[in-house]
Design a protein around this ligand. Sequence first.
Ligand code: HEC
Ligand code: HEC
Length: 459
Amino acid sequence: MKRLFFCFSIVVLVSCQKDNGGGDYVPVPENPERFYAGGKTTTFLATSDAFATPAENLTQEEFDKHMDGDLQFEQTFVTAPAPVNSGLGSIFNNSACIACHPRDGRAGFPKDLNARGGLLLRTSLAGATSKGAPIAVPGFGTQIQNHAVHGYEAEASYSVRFEESTETLADGTKVSLRKPIFALKDTYKEFPAEAMLSARLATPVFGLGLLEAIPETDLLASQDIDDADGDGISGKANLVWDPSLKKEVVGRFGWKANVGTVLVQSAGAYHDDMGITSYVFPDEHCEGQENCQDNSTGSPEVSDEILNTVAFYCRTLAVPAPRDIDDPTVLKGEQLFSQIDCAKCHTPKQRSGPADVAALSNQNFYPYTDLLLHDMGESMADGRPDFLADGNEWRTRPLWGIGLTKLINGHTEFLHDGRARNITEAILWHGGEAQVSKEKFKALPKTDRDALLAFLNSL
Ligand code: HEC
Ligand code: HEC
């Protein structure tokens, strides 16, 4: 029903374009294709389930597999031995995928940092392994697990303080910003002072199969590493070691694009976030960590089938359609988004190539990301390199679905560490290559800022 309505309104809009003579100019979407933010996977649900809906174009068999994966995404793991979902820990951050990705969406900035939540701290020493990966901190690895099963000690507790600052917009509006500075307390052994920490908040997991199916050659061709076009914006693909394919691939997932595939991201989540081994990461994350024990029984704690199914689930979640895209204010905001250079990194349109799942193949879709790394300036820097991403660089976040965050997750906390409390704050944290774009935003009159926000909230 919903879908019919949308098709109908596209027809009406196209005809409006021809006979709006006399009245105010009402721009119409130049591109009705944009209704289908996820190509044929798109869902027109705009409810609290909008991030958790199967792609519209799956076969029955794929749909069934997706639903199996849905179940796995929700499973809570427990201490071994147990008849099902055994093997949590011994040290971990949380016990279920859904616990960090609520409603397949975004975790909020935790009210209690050490309750089980969706924020985790990565760590490493300076330098890189022979594969280009971050160097593990002896006794702590590359992620700080702040929970442990009974009889073991967590590596540390997280602590945070905030640095407050104020940005003043051209019309005098003042916006206060907070920057969280994280540290560790109660470490189970001495934590080296020179070790780096990087906070990461769990992101939505829909639409990922489409992002995964953008041909590598297209991503590499869209780079502008030396800023040859002189616009102050250089994009760089991350190149990462893939432990499953055993080769270097273009990084696409995570805030620094440090993982190439949804499969490896999922296996990494089981391994590092939950302490669960799989065929991709067969060894417990215990090496050199006295507080941790390999409690697996020799075979992976999560079966190959479950790992593959949970990855399939994330790959085949539908993308929610934008709303109100024919609203004049939203259309004005869409123009501004290009005019003030947001679209230079948040590339509106991408196209997938052939994929093993037909539903994901050869789709035009609208993620608003180039999947490339950009220097976002000192104030956003974590100072922790991850493969080719240096301490200032972050992957352009997709903006699809961002306007549904409040409805689905009950908050509007954005950026890698959740420092922004709304979209305006998120924009004001942009620096480095995005500094000029940010300044253009600050110079806009309020009506234009509101139009830009209306556009972002329509996504
Ligand atoms: C402790 C919280 C936590 C748990 C548990 C967790 N995740 Fe995540 N997830 C995160 C964080 C944080 C990120 C961002 C990681 C980064 O940037 O390095 C993330 C990122 C992802 C991404 C990449 C999304 C993107 O757009 O880049 C996928 C896919 C994902 N998680 C899947 C899973 C699956 C599947 C599970 C369960 C097996 C899971 N996660 C369990 C916190 C968690
Ligand atoms: C130079 C590239 C670049 C430009 C230009 C740019 N962005 Fe971004 N944007 C990014 C990156 C990279 C991130 C992720 C930052 C992080 O990791 O915390 C981001 C994050 C965001 C977020 C938060 C998304 C989330 O999921 O947390 C919003 C909102 C956003 N940008 C909007 C805009 C708007 C609006 C403009 C134009 C005024 C703009 N951006 C210009 C690169 C850019």
